[in-house]
Design a protein around this ligand. Sequence first.
Ligand SMILES: Nc1ncnc2c1ncn2[C@@H]1O[C@H](COP(=O)(O)OP(=O)(O)O)[C@@H](O)[C@H]1O
Ligand SMILES: [Mg+2]
Length: 195
Amino acid sequence: MSVSYSELRRFYDNAQFVTQRIDPNLRLLDILKYAGRQVYLVEHQGRKSVLKFAYSDDPESFQHVAQERKILEILADVQGITHLVRGYNNYHAVLKEWKESSKNRLWTRRDCISLHQTVEQIHQRGIAGLDLCQYGNLILPVNPEPPILVDVGSGKLRKESVEEEFIQSKQKDIIDLESLMQIVDIKTYATPTRS
Ligand SMILES: Nc1ncnc2c1ncn2[C@@H]1O[C@H](COP(=O)(O)OP(=O)(O)O)[C@@H](O)[C@H]1O
Ligand SMILES: [Mg+2]
């Protein structure tokens, strides 16, 4: 989506206002996404972090952010994701760790294995349906670290799901991992996505 300078300026001013309202200790550095859920790069206690925020008139985004917070609390010790720094009780917002994404690093089979292990751990915690092939949910960090899942807001909890649907969500994650592996095999270089 292309935006004019004045629109961008308006988005930025609004993001600055929202960031300050949610937490005056945050400093807005950039806007990572401004359609639907707002995703901002901020500075928090000298570190780059990500603030994700939903307006209350957007129930789908509101639900996504609430779910993301709940899931990140469960996954606090799981590697391969960006962890929760803090949630906000008065706003539909979460503050998460930030990972710098590489623009030119290629997916390898080793990356696929690491991601598989992360997804297995998440499934063991009773969470599935991670939308792994959704654009932007996975990043390859700039340093030689395993891939990182930056968005778990679409995940479902086994205890809140019908068993059959939860099994389907797990299967869908496995299919996504397999398509990722195939893409790596045919040497497609970008992060795999399903539109
Ligand atoms: N923790 C993070 N570290 C680095 N980049 C991130 C992080 N969280 C989000 N991003 C960037 O912001 C984009 C949108 O974030 P995402 O959480 O996927 O939003 P949405 O909930 O709208 O799908 C991602 O595609 C990624 O490029
Ligand atoms: Mg996402």
